[in-house]
Structure formats: C-alpha cells, structure tokens
Write a protein that binds this ligand. Structure first.
Ligand code: PLP
Length: 409
C-alpha cells in the first residue's frame, strides 16, 4: 500500500541556495532598501547577457512588465489584440487594463502554444489588428518562426510572454528575445524566483527608457515633481533583486533538475495511454518548468466540469485529470489542471475566439468530430500538470508515478 507523503510534494516551489540571503543582507547593510541599488543594476545586466537582449527593466511583477509592453505597443481603448488562448490570465489582463479587446487564438497540439494557422485566419477576419501577445506555456517554446512570419506579413508587433520559459531556447536563441517587447517573471513558483518580480526585455532603447520612466511615476526632468504622462509604481525593489541575483547562477541547474523530472515521468508512463506535453525536439530546448501529461481520448473516463466543480466516473483501464488530481491530493501531492482557456472564462465569454476553422465560438465542441477545432478545450479536458518540484526526490517521484498508474487500474 502506498502511504500518504508526510511532507507535501509541491507542483513547483521556490528552491533557495543561500547566496540570495547574502545579497539581501548587502542591500540591508548598505541601506539600499529601495527601488534603486546594486542588485537591480546587476540582475538587469545578467538577464540581458543570459537572454541576449539589449535592455532589461526590473519591475515588481511579470504582469507589470506585460502591462508596460502593451502600453509600448500603443494599444488604445477599443483596439483588438490577438492573444494566446490557453494561458494564465496574466498574459491577457494587461490588454484590458489599456482598454483593448483580447481576441483569443487557439493553440496547436505540437507545442500547446498559439497556432500560427489560427493566427493567420484571425488576420483574415480582423486585418486591422496590430499587436499579438504570445506565451510559451510550461517552458516550451511555441512555433516562433511561423508566428513571426505571420506577424511580419501583417505588420504586427509581437509581445512575448516568456514568464514560464526563462532559459528555454528555439534554434539556439532564448525565449524573451523574439518579440518587440517581452516579459519574464520571478514569481515564487517560476524556474527561478525573487519571491516576486519581473522584467521587461527589449532591444529598443527608447522603449526601455519609457518603461524606466513610467514605472517610477513618470517624473519629468525638473527640480520638483513634474508630470506630463501617467505614471505607475512598478519598479523592482533592491531587496527582491537581491533574491533574484542569488538565483540567476542556479538557472541551468534548475533546468537540469526539471528535465530529469520530465524524463522520469516519460519513462514511467510509457505503458500508460498518455503522453507528456510535447515540444519541437529538432528546434527547441524547453526549460521543463512543469511536466504535464495528456490522456489518450479513448482512455478518458467520463468527466464533467462546471464553473466550480468537477465530477467523474471511475472506470477500469481509464482515468481523467479530475481523478488523477484528486488522487494525488489524497496522498499529499500537488498537481494542477491545465490553464483553463481564456475563451472558456466567464470574464471573457463575449470576446472573439479564433481556431483554424475560423470562428471558434460557432463550433465549440466540434473537435470531437473534426479533430481540429478548439484544441484548447480538448487539452484542458484531457491534460494536467504533474508535481514538478525540483526538490522532489527520485524515490518520491517513483511513488507519484505509481499513484498515477493506479488511477488507470
Ligand atoms: C506567472 C505568469 C505571468 C505573470 O507573472 P507575475 O510575475 O506573477 O505577475 C504571466 N504570464 C504567464 C504565462 C505566467 O505563467
């Protein structure tokens, strides 16, 4: 019999190393307990070197960075903006902060990211759109070349949400450097953390300087507080930057641990009717932030979800995300459903949703017949995120694998 874990196995929790405390202490002892200081300058420099971008502006959160990116892209009230559909809502909310209208673009099965074919379709329907917000889910780079090609053809600005994919690369180039304005995050459960924090990345010096100004209340050069533009209090604290500074040297180590977790799951599940979240093995190297799996359609037991609850009927040889997540929780291990697609969220129920076949609102659930429509709903239905904490031992992971196998018995 499998016993309940005494200490919880987390989905993805902060992994500290000690150096963080040294840099925080340095901030304290030198009294740079503010939004200026050596830690901030240093992390901006180091992230530029790592990602390969010219400018980085350290901010209070990845969401703040996305908000600044949306402002830089010039989104005005009433403007439509194409956004990844299956993602965390922080990808799209900043569009709404500026009065924009997110138009959700379906994802594809190869990388679980924005489908370039659906994106092209969206430009046929809304040729006036000028901004595209694209996320790399769970640390897996999307179809960057294809998306860039479509955006170039339609003269659209790309905002890259690389919050989950720091350290992941596509054709040897780091995510966070493909868009015009890009965001990364140091939220507590990301691949490296500051406890909170984020950065705006760009090669455009004018854009970087605007964000430095906007994020510190838009002060003009004058002897008093002079303001010509709307300001924000979005700058990163030098204390937070100290934590980030201590984490950056461990990024590659974290990625290696996460990769080992992914590969152990892949091996452990090879006889189950499931597969791991896929990536383009030829062109991309993920950071393996979260290990996810998807159950084969014919191995799904019955499962229904409304806006707050889920029910399923257990069946021999079959399972579903709800059964697996509830079983993991019973053993004190944390999994998570796949991000519920934005077009399925009550707050965004009126927003357009575009699939390869055109208006996805017109044919929701048609994927059952066609196999191509509403990929996001399908992956949300059949997929889940597995415990992916880099402090989980091999022995603990073996137990998780047995628990998941048990769901199919
Ligand atoms: C975490 C995350 C964000 C937001 O980052 P914060 O630092 O938490 O504001 C944005 N987009 C995605 C896809 C994320 O996972």
């Amino acid at each position: 019999m499998i016993e309940r874990f005494e200490n919880k196995i987390w989905l993805s929790s902060p992994t500290m190393h000690g150096e963080e405390l040294e840099y925080v202490k340095e901030a304290y002892e030198t009294n740079w307990m503010s939004t200026v200081g050596a830690n901030i300058n240093e992390v901006e420099k180091q992230i530029c070197e790592k990602v390969g971008c010219k400018y980085a502006v350290a901010l209070s959160a990845g969401t703040a960075a996305l908000h600044m990116a949306v402002k830089l892209a010039g989104v005005k009230p009433g403007d439509m903006v194409f956004c990844s559909d299956m993602t965390f809502d922080a990808t799209v909310n900043p569009v709404v902060y500026e009065g924009g209208i997110p138009v959700f673009i379906d994802i594809e099965y190869d990388t679980w990211n924005m489908d370039p074919i659906a994106l092209e379709k969206a430009f046929e329907i809304y040729p006036e759109v000028k901004v595209v917000v694209v996320a790399h889910l769970y640390g897996v780079p999307g179809k960057i070349d294809e998306i860039k090609k479509v955006c170039k053809k339609h003269h659209a600005i790309i905002i890259e949400d690389a919050a989950e994919s720091l350290g992941a690369s596509y054709k040897g180039v780091q995510t966070g450097s493909f868009g015009d304005y890009n965001a990364i995050s140091f939220n507590g459960n990301k691949i490296i953390t500051g406890s909170s924090g984020g950065m705006l990345l760009t090669d455009d010096i004018v854009a970087a300087n605007k964000v430095r100004k906007w994020s510190t209340q838009s002060r003009e050069a004058a002897p008093w507080y002079q303001h010509e533009e709307l300001g924000y209090n979005y700058r990163m604290s030098n204390v937070i930057a100290g934590v980030v500074r201590g984490q950056i040297p461990h990024l590659e180590e974290h990625i290696a641990q996460k990769k080992a977790i992914y590969e152990r799951y892949k091996e452990g599940f090879k006889d189950l009717p499931v597969s791991m979240n896929p990536f383009d093995e030829e062109n991309s190297i993920p950071n393996y932030w979260l290990s996810c799996m998807i159950i084969d359609s014919d191995a799904m037991c019955q499962q229904v979800r409304d806006d707050s609850k889920a029910l399923y009927i257990s069946e021999k040889g079959k399972s579903c995300p709800t059964e697996i997540l509830e079983t993991l929780a019973k053993y004190n291990a944390e999994g998570r459903p796949i991000w519920k697609p934005m077009h399925m969220q009550p707050i965004y129920r009126m927003n357009p949703f575009i699939t390869r076949n055109g208006n996805g609102r017109a044919n929701t659930n048609a994927y059952i017949e066609s196999g191509t429509t509403d990929v996001g709903a399908d992956i949300f239905n059949r997929g889940l995120c597995l415990p992916s904490d880099n402090k989980m031992t091999k022995e603990q992971q073996d137990i998780i694998i047995e628990i998941v196998k048990g769901c199919f018995e």
